[in-house]
Design a protein around this ligand. Structure first.
Ligand SMILES: Cc1cc2nc3c(=O)[nH]c(=O)nc-3n(C[C@H](O)[C@H](O)[C@H](O)COP(=O)(O)O)c2cc1C
Length: 184
């Protein structure tokens, strides 16, 4: 089984991100164990660790818990909105908390917004690569086309195909990573 974290990045009280995450989760193929992760429930404060995350010495229980959650995953899907042509702050904060945990971890973004979160996904890519994640193609939902403003997903075949390809790419990348680790 490949354990893939499906992260709901939005924390707004009136968010629709959890509907998008549920849609992604339902498309997980056999052989994938999807693990729902909600940044609102995780409720990390703004980064409050005294040491650099790259030192890996965590003073706070909330950081150790987050570290354990991520370490238990084989890959991650970031279900993310676009805010002012960027990604949301809670997502960046959750990434910044850790460092070694991300190294080599396959990741994909499912963005949603008026332009399918094109700007947010493009901006986030640099951060994901900086922490050593292996970025594979994700998917996008467009408001008032494939996603209603209330969160109802009306995905066309292309969007569904993108999510299926995304899962296949994540499984392939996670399997390759495991093989390399086994030969070390
Ligand atoms: C602060 C803020 C800024 C936004 N900026 C953008 C934007 O730049 N591009 C876009 O496509 N949608 C933008 N939107 C609209 C969001 O795509 C839409 O509200 C979406 O539902 C947000 O996801 P969420 O409900 O899961 O938080 C913005 C929404 C908020 C709250």
């Amino acid at each position: 089984m490949t354990r893939i974290g499906i992260v709901t990045a939005s924390t707004r009280p009136s968010r629709i991100g959890h509907h998008v995450a549920a849609w992604v989760l339902d498309l997980a193929p056999e052989g994938v164990e999807p693990v729902g992760i909600d940044l609102r429930e995780l409720a990390l404060p703004f980064l409050d660790e005294p040491e650099l995350p790259s030192d890996g010495r965590y003073a706070h229980e909330h950081t150790r818990r987050w570290s354990e959650t991520v370490t238990g995953l084989d890959a991650v899907v970031l279900v993310m909105p676009e805010y002012n042509r960027g990604y949301n702050a809670a997502l960046k904060n959750a990434i910044d908390y850790l460092y070694a945990e991300w190294d080599g971890m396959p990741v994909a973004c499912v963005g949603y917004g008026w332009s399918g979160a094109r700007y947010a996904r493009s901006a986030l890519r640099q951060t994901l690569e900086r922490v050593g994640m292996v970025v594979v193609d994700g998917a996008a939902l467009h408001l008032e086309k494939t996603l209603d403003p209330d969160g109802t997903v009306r995905a066309d075949d292309a969007a569904v195909a993108d999510v299926r390809s995304m899962f296949a790419a994540l499984v392939a990348a996670a399997t390759a990573r495991e093989r390399v680790a086994a030969h070390r």
